[in-house]
Structure formats: C-alpha cells, structure tokens
Design a protein around this ligand. Sequence first.
Ligand SMILES: Cc1cc2nc3c(=O)[nH]c(=O)nc-3n(C[C@H](O)[C@H](O)[C@H](O)COP(=O)(O)OP(=O)(O)OC[C@H]3O[C@@H](n4cnc5c(N)ncnc54)[C@H](O)[C@@H]3O)c2cc1C
Length: 386
Amino acid sequence: MERIVVVGASLAGVRAVQALRTAGFTGELTLIGAERHSPYNRPPLSKSVLRGDDDVTLPGAAELDEKWLLGRAAMRLDTIARVVTVDDGSEVRYDGLVIATGARPRRLADHPAGVHTLRTLDDALALRAALSEGQRRIVVIGGGFVGGEVTSTARSLGHEVTLVDGAAHPMVTALGTQTAQWLGDLHRHNGVNLISGVRVTGFDGTARVTGVRLGDGRVIPADLVVAGMGVVPNTDWLDGSGLTVADGVVCESTLHARGAADIVAAGDVARWPHQLYGNTLVRVEHWANANDQGRVAALNLLAGPDDATPFADVPSFATNAHGARIQIAGLPHLAEESRLVTGAVEDHQFTVGFTRNGVLVGVVAVNSPRDFVRLKRGVAARSAGL
Ligand SMILES: Cc1cc2nc3c(=O)[nH]c(=O)nc-3n(C[C@H](O)[C@H](O)[C@H](O)COP(=O)(O)OP(=O)(O)OC[C@H]3O[C@@H](n4cnc5c(N)ncnc54)[C@H](O)[C@@H]3O)c2cc1C
C-alpha cells in the first residue's frame, strides 16, 4: 500500500494514523475531516467545557504531521476505482481506506432556535454561551449519558432542569433496572424534575422554543432545550459504494468492511461481530472503543484479512452523574439475569453483575472502581461465577 486515506479526523481516525506510522508505514497518508477544528476530545464537552474549561486536547493529535483536509467532508466512495470524492469536488485516491466518520445526534423534524444538540466543540460552545445568559428553564430530552451529563452539569450551575426520558428509568438498557432506578432517584434528589416513560412529540415556539410537547398532552415550558436522543452513524457518504451499511458499516471481526480487503472501519461508525458475544453484531459509541479500534483497524488494514486479528475487547465506559461515577463493562443488555455483587444501592456504592446462560456478560459499578476492574476481568474471561 502506498496511499492510505482516513475519513473522519477524530479519535478513531487519529489513532489509526498514529498506529500506521508507528508500524512503519511510510507511504502517503491523508486525513479528511468535516470539522474545521484539529482533532479534539469529546468527553469534556458535556462536563468541564460547559463549566468554562477550554481544554479538549486529544493526546497525540498535535504531533501528527500528515496531509490534512480539514473542514472538508467526503461525499462519495467508489470502491472499484478506489476514490473518495470530497465536497470541493476533488478526488483522493487510495490503496487502503479507514472509515472513521463517527456519528451525529438524532434530531426531531424541526428544531427552533434554543434547541441544542451536543456532539461537536462548536455545539458545546453554543450551549455554554446559552447557559451563561442567566438562570434558564432547561428541558433535556433523553436520559442517556450525554443527556444525563448535561442535566448534572446544568444543575451544578444552578439551572432549573426537567429531564424527559422515554424509558421507565434513565439508561435502563445500559444499566439494568436496579441501577437505572437508582440513577432516576439520584437525579430527583439533585433537584431534577424527571419525567419518565413519556416521549417528546415536538416544540412550541416558532422564532424560539418556548416549550416541549409531550406524548401525554403536557407542554413543559422551556427557555433552552438540549436534545440527547442518541446518535446515528455517519454513513450517508457511503450510499452507492456497495459496502454493507446497516446501522453503521458492517464489518468482519477484524474490522474489515464486509467483503472488502482494502477498507476497514473503526469507532462509533463500525458494527462488527463480537466474538465474546457469539458474534452478535455490535456498534459501540464509547471513547475506549474508538481509541482501541482505530489502532487495531489500521494494523489489520496493513496485515490484510488473512493475517488480521479479530477485535474482541470488552466494551467499557464511564459516566458522571451529580458527582457519582458510573462504570459499565460488557453488554449488560444481553443478559437474562442480574444480581447485586458488592455494596448496597442505598449507600451509592455497589456493583451489579449480568449473566446469560450462566456467563458473566456485563457489569455495572457505582462509585466502586476497584471492584469494577476485577469484575471487568471476569467479563473478558467469560467467567461463570461472580
Ligand atoms: C458530549 C459527549 C460526551 C461524551 N462523553 C463520553 C464519556 O464520558 N466516555 C466515553 O466513553 N465516551 C464519551 N463520548 C463518546 C466518545 O466521544 C465517542 O465514542 C468518540 O468520540 C467516537 O470517536 P470516533 O472517532 O469514532 O467518532 P467521532 O468522534 O464522532 O468523529 C467522527 C469525525 O468524522 C467526521 N465526519 C463525519 N462524516 C464525515 C465525512 N463524510 N467526511 C469527513 N469527515 C466526516 C465528523 O465531523 C467527526 O469529526 C462522548 C461523546 C459526546 C458527544
């Protein structure tokens, strides 16, 4: 391979480039990134950045000395001619391609002014400016990790926050019922008006949002709305490429795009069969996954499909809520059973193990970092006992 193109200049893309250079690839490397910023780190966007801290450094990004096409989006992929067409009409040829285009927030049909989403640095700066305009009535839609963190940060800044979540308890799919119930209570104890089990149907206000309409007929008054309704993978530019796209780029276990020896995908956009879970196709939207997959995908691109290594790391993730640290490893939603392993829910310090056919498939830990490390090892080892 003489020319490798990486599309998506964020965590997975940067880690791919670093791995290629470290592995001795001396050919031409081009990074195409739709954002105008140099690569940065997203987790602070819902936490410290909203509180006024500007540090979003992504370690390793500044040292890269590659050909950057920043502020340029890939529009089309021709897998036969091996060409990526960019939004200025230029064509970039490749021998090997890394797809690392991540995901973007899901939106309702129309978003009047005052309705924010949070994915990019520009989104975070706009939200921060809105939060600094004085005390606001904020409605956060969606109790997932971004919605939950924005809720927690906004409360710590003294805003009035209503959190509307479609599920019975926030993050119930990721955390299981017991921990999700605890999280709901934690939000309430911290002054959040939590409305569960109701969907948002639209917004009031034409020039600016004035309220959020709920499926049960209620309207919640709002000066500011943050829509945290999950993400969709950025795969539009792959339409017509012949690659298999179904909720992400469908890959082999080695992260090669299905049927393509010269294309790999990594990070939030990749969906691959996970060997720890009976080759169930999974897509993981977390930092550690993009960080590790970027590297492995790039090395597998160089190695070729026959000599490539399957990616089977245990997914893991952490989030903060009102000062509590919640860590998740594995895929708790695949479990048939769960039980408390250590601690007590009422002490805000506990771990829960999740099993399927007697095998540990996931673990959730609240304020229990040491127990989390031990139990995560059990998930990796497909441990039978807790
Ligand atoms: C607010 C927030 C907080 C988070 N907090 C945590 C956390 O605490 N812990 C955790 O584990 N994870 C967290 N995450 C998730 C984590 O940041 C993501 O999993 C990670 O950024 C995924 O990296 P990626 O490189 O796959 O994709 P992304 O970071 O989404 O990057 C993809 C890049 O590709 C670009 N792109 C898209 N389409 C094109 C195109 N056609 N052409 C060129 N470029 C394109 C995009 O503009 C983007 O820059 C958080 C995410 C957000 C948004």
